[in-house]
Structures are given as C-alpha cells and as structure tokens.
Design a protein around this ligand. Structure first.
Ligand SMILES: NC(=O)c1ccc[n+]([C@@H]2O[C@H](COP(=O)([O-])OP(=O)(O)OC[C@H]3O[C@@H](n4cnc5c(N)ncnc54)[C@H](OP(=O)(O)O)[C@@H]3O)[C@@H](O)[C@H]2O)c1
Length: 255
C-alpha cells in the first residue's frame, strides 16, 4: 500500500528568482509545463520578455495539464535591500497566492581573497545570501496559506566545500545553506518544506565565466536540475529530501 501523497497539482503558484536565463529559466520552463503560474525575475526587462517567450514555447507543447502556466516577468535588482519586500508584493499582485519560492538568482566571483574588495564581498553576500534570506521572510505568511508550501534553494557545491579563488562565493553559499538549516527547523511545524540543491558545474553563462577550463560537453544540463526541482516539489509523501548534492557524472564520485 503506497503512502506517497504525491499531488503535483497542489503547486500552482511559484516565484523563481534569476529566471531570465540559465538554471532559473529551465526551472521556470518545467514548472510552466506542469501548469504552474510563475513570476520570473531578473534585472533586464528585455531578457525577461525573451525568457517568457522561451518558457511558453517550451511549455505549450509539453504541457501535462489543460493549460500551461501563466508567466509574469518582474524586473528587480536583488542586490538592493528593499527588493525582497517589493518583489513579494508584486508577486502576490500577479499570482494572488504562493505555493513555491525558488531562490535561484546568484552571482559568482573567482578572485583570490587578497584581491577581493569590500564592494565585491558586499555585492555577492547581498545577492546570494541576504536576498534569499529576506525573500524567505517575505514568503512565509503566504506559504502558510498554501496546501503545499515549499521553498527550493539553489546553493552550490561550494555551500559545503571550498574552492581556490572562490572564498567570497563560497562564504555566500555557506551562508545560504546555513540559514536554510535553521529556517527549515523553524517552519517544520507549519508544514513548509525546504529543499536545497547543490550542483557542481552546470552549462550556463556563469560557469563559462568562472571555470572556462571545464569541458563544456561534461557540464550538467540546466534542464537536469529543473527536472530534479520538479521531482522534489511534486513529491510530498513521508519521505523528505533536505539536501541534494549533484556533481558532473564525469567527476570521481565522493570527491
Ligand atoms: N552554473 C553553475 O555551474 C552553478 C553551479 C552551482 C550553483 N549555481 C547556482 O545556480 C544559480 C543560477 O546560476 P546560473 O548558472 O543559472 O547563472 P546565470 O546563468 O548567470 O543566471 C543568473 C540569473 O540570476 C539573475 N541575477 C543575477 N544577479 C541579479 C541581481 N542582482 N538581481 C536580480 N537578478 C539577478 C540573472 O539575471 P540578470 O543578469 O538579468 O539580472 C539571471 O537570470 C546561482 O545561484 C548559482 O550560484 C550555478
């Protein structure tokens, strides 16, 4: 007798940050193809309009619900302290409610510690750690009204390891994973599930800038991350996955 309460239909409204390209765009495509209405975000409105077209072009032929999800572009800079509150207001204006927050937006930095400036440190901490922290805070009142309240954090392998010349990026992702461990316990009684995904090299603009040495054919496809997000958010049985570490299949396991 199966005890799995898998009800994909219960995730209806989602906010995915950093969804104008890369991993966030793939996540948005997959969500829309399952009928989820989504707010997509980025700093450039033209890129968001292009992303919206790409999401609908993907979702319409792949849709497994009577209609694919609606897509609402929201232009924001997550480096600003006021953005999480403004973004949540705009999200609720567009969607009316919220079942899923995906904190995906992020930037990386490949610079030795001795050459890293205070401005670079502040910017990366603001986008990768502060923004997701306060977006979680803003989302909680709405998630408490959802039947399947869920948060997905897109962290990184550097959320639990340290790579040379990536000390600021590593600190920001450790901060993301750190506050998530605490928050997941704080909201456990509310039924809010928080899944953290920590990928290695994914084929996006970001990895090209930080690790041009990696053979691009060996990189993880962003669609693979998106499918894992859907698997996690659409399975609400008694099994719960807190953290998923994903590495390139060409990399030695357990390293
Ligand atoms: N690619 C990898 O190998 C890899 C591996 C592990 C973890 N990750 C993590 O996965 C997430 C997505 O990475 P990605 O590779 O898909 O990156 P990407 O292709 O560079 O996309 C980043 C997204 O975030 C948005 N963004 C960046 N800065 C922003 C800001 N200040 N305000 C609002 N939006 C902003 C970008 O839009 P705009 O530039 O238009 O604002 C874009 O939509 C990040 O958190 C990253 O750390 C990536």
């Amino acid at each position: 007798m199966s005890n799995v309460k898998s009800d994909p239909a219960s995730i209806r409204k989602a906010l995915v940050t950093g969804s104008s390209r890369g991993i966030g765009l793939s996540i948005a495509k997959v969500l829309a193809s399952h009928g989820v209405d989504i707010c997509i975000t980025g700093r450039n409105f033209e890129s968001l309009l292009k992303a919206k077209r790409q999401i609908l072009d993907y979702a319409q032929p792949h849709c497994d619900t009577p209609e694919c999800g609606l897509v609402f572009p929201i232009q924001v800079d997550l480096g600003l302290p006021e953005t999480p509150a403004i973004l949540m207001d705009k999200t609720i204006e567009s969607l009316g409610s919220l079942d899923l927050l995906v904190n995906n937006a992020g930037i990386s930095l490949s610079t030795p510690l001795e050459e890293t400036t205070i401005e670079q440190w502040n910017t990366i901490m603001a986008i990768n750690a502060r923004a997701p922290y306060f977006l979680c805070k803003q989302a909680l009142p709405y998630l408490r009204n959802s039947f399947s309240p869920t948060i997905v954090q897109i962290a990184s392998v550097v959320a639990y390891e340290g790579y040379v010349d990536q000390s600021a990026y590593t600190a920001s992702k450790h901060a993301l994973l750190g506050f998530t461990k605490s928050l997941a316990k704080e909201v456990h009684e509310d039924g809010i599930r928080i899944h953290t995904i920590s990928p290695g090299g994914v084929a996006t603009d970001m990895i090209g800038a930080v690790r041009p040495d990696i053979d691009t054919s060996a990189l993880i496809d962003p669609d693979e991350i998106a499918q894992m997000v859907w698997f996690l958010v659409s399975h609400r049985g008694n099994a719960m996955v807190d953290h998923v570490a994903i590495h390139r299949s060409s990399k030695l396991p357990w390293t």
